[in-house]
Design a protein around this ligand. Structure first.
Ligand code: SAM
Length: 236
């Protein structure tokens, strides 16, 4: 992967960023995504935020190498602290991290008002999508698009959210599977959830052999397996 050839995952994230957004890419690492989008002329302003010095320097180097220092500002900052009011950010991407970390970054940004609430969020959690959707629901976001894709034997979900006039109350099931992914029911979606059943069954087998009272955890896993199998029964 490089700024001219994004991974399939980041390329799809890029497609979901609205044209001419003012983008904040948080946890930007090499700044591949903002650099690629500016080179494609999809954007002409972006902030690349990084909390770790090494990736921050890599992002700076990438931006300089592509002669984009006028369009892309690289900031060493924790989460959404990379955003300043004068940036007038309209879209935020947070990709390649766990869903809980993405949720915590959004929550901190919400609390300290770096997040205004009117930005389009394009989020790509590697795992832990449910706690992220829980946060979005509680904070009045509507999930306006979702995608699921496979790359290098890993399955990734992408969630696009925005706050709209009418608030949607997502069910527990929608927050687990993704309201739009549930409707699309793509072959990769089924592949993911077959794998999730296998994982839960393996944990159940371990717990059955373990000492101590495992009843509560086992009942929870059994409940989840039943829920997933219900969804999988729709596979044609
Ligand atoms: N976004 C890129 C992608 O999807 O390919 C890079 C993903 S990389 C696995 C995660 C990056 O997020 C790391 O460079 C890490 O330093 C950064 N990161 C983790 N927590 C962060 C935070 N609170 N604020 C900013 N960056 C963070």
């Amino acid at each position: 992967m490089n700024e001219n050839q994004l991974s399939k995952r980041l390329a799809r994230v890029g497609e979901l960023v609205p044209e001419q957004s003012r983008l904040a890419d948080i946890g930007s690492d090499h700044a591949y995504l903002p650099v690629a989008l500016v080179l494609q002329k999809k954007l002409d302003f972006a902030v690349a935020g990084e909390v770790v010095k090494g990736p921050y320097e890599a992002a700076q180097k990438q931006v300089r190498k592509n002669d984009l220092t006028d369009q892309i500002t690289v900031r060493l900052a924790d989460g959404l602290d990379a955003i300043e009011e004068t940036d007038k950010i309209t879209a935020v991407t947070i990709c390649g991290m766990g869903g809980v970390l993405i949720r915590d970054i959004l929550d901190a940004g919400w609390t300290n008002q770096r997040l205004q609430g009117n930005e389009r969020l394009v989020l790509q959690p590697n795992i832990g999508e449910k706690p992220l959707r829980d946060w979005l629901t509680v904070h009045g976001y509507t999930i306006i698009e979702e995608d699921i894709l496979e790359e290098n034997n890993k399955i990734y979900e992408i969630i696009v959210a925005a706050r709209q006039e009418t608030r949607v109350a997502y069910s527990e099931k929608e927050r687990l599977f993704g309201p739009i992914l549930l409707k699309k029911q793509s072959p990769i979606f089924y592949k993911k959830w077959h794998g999730e059943v296998k994982q839960r069954e393996a944990i159940l087998a371990q717990l059955a052999k373990a000492s101590g009272d495992q009843q509560v955890r086992m009942q929870q896993l059994e409940k989840e397996i039943t829920e997933i199998q219900e969804v999988l029964s729709n596979e044609s």
